[in-house]
Design a protein around this ligand. Sequence first.
Ligand code: SAM
Ligand code: SF4
Length: 449
Amino acid sequence: MKSDSPPNSAKTFHVKSFGCQMNVYDGERMAEMLGAEGYVAAADGADADLVVLNTCHIREKAAEKVYSDIGRLKRADGSRPTIAVAGCVAQAEGAEIARRAPTVDVVVGPQAYHRLPDLLARAARGEKAVDLDMPAASKFGALPKRGAGQRPTAFLTVQEGCDKFCTYCVVPYTRGAEISRPFADLIAEARALVAGGAREITLLGQNVNAWDGEDAKGRAIGLDGLIRELAREDGLERIRYTTSHPNDMTDGLIAAHGEVDKLMPFLHLPVQAGSDRILAAMNRSHSSESYLRVIERVRAVRPDIAISGDFIVGFPGESEADFQATLDLIHQTGYAMAYSFKYSRRPGTPAATMDDQISEEVMNDRLQRLQALLNEQQQAFNEASVGSTTRLLLERKGKLDGQLIGKTPWLQSAHVIAPGLAIGDMINVRIVSAGANSVAAAALTEEVA
Ligand code: SAM
Ligand code: SF4
């Protein structure tokens, strides 16, 4: 039994996003679109008339989670909200979702969510509304313009999809081919975000550094050109970008790290593995050496840059010696932070049918050893910042009275007791102590560089 209110007169909604920052961005755009349609964000997701589960398909666990979440939406009185499954699980599993979970009303892929209002109207007429279309770039033009009430840090998707086909990865299938959004649209969206209160923008893409376009004068530019243009916007104080592929770190983008003050000294550059044999089997099209060379060149122009990465342990055929090569690469790089995962076999990807799949036990052991090293490096990076002065952009309230949490330029979470200050303020601080995942800061009255 559904809740009493039909979807088109439903008043409240809740969008729950899983997975990457691009999903967070998509979730925000869906929320804005539903707002424009007259829906109101539910104070508590549990009571919403419409729940959108914006899913992630990258690893099996993430993909399976959606089914338990759907089950949990049933309320004690037997009613349930209208349920829409969006995101990459929707794209990958399509109508199968509605068969496996009959309470799902709408299934919409990541390139078609601008049609959510129409799909909800169809669901209200009792149809199972499924839309997995991948129209090139059109969804952005169909979404409502961005406006007031932005958080101090905002995401801006500039590029979508992937043509690289790493053998373990579902992204080229769920997000489609690489597209770059037009320059003028991005400048307009960035301006709207800044006018709405954003002071930091993170440019997003599955391969963000593959972005290309034409500037206002019709000149061909890459991501560095876009960053340089955005850096001229008054009110925008910090620029970041993620996620990058090592092969798309162009000379211009590397140079921008040394020249553009607003570009923060942080680079998330996934490598996945340190063994060239495994990198080849992954179809990464770079070697450990070429990766290290990129890091060296970025450090040459921006010596204080914080490096982050992604790692997969237990890719099919990974020997202990291959794994040691990953640990060696981590030692050589020195990471400020990183994400690491056990290889997850994804149906339809080439690696899923490769021989020599690695046992769960070996993967667990390797992941533990890898994470111990990465945690050590993160702690060391945080400790090295103790005593330095810097600027924090305050993003949210902390647990303690008067405590606010912000980010340093190096993307460290920093907590500070700062009565009288507000979210969105940029303040001068000294880092006073370091933990594994964050640092403590003290507010300063004097200016810092
Ligand atoms: N485009 C980025 C790159 O080239 O590294 C990565 C984007 S991907 C959405 C995010 C991360 O998920 C990857 O860097 C990889 O570490 C991880 N990942 C992707 N497929 C995976 C799989 N089958 N098993 C485990 N981790 C996976
Ligand atoms: Fe996936 Fe590889 Fe594309 Fe990154 S570059 S999104 S890991 S296929």
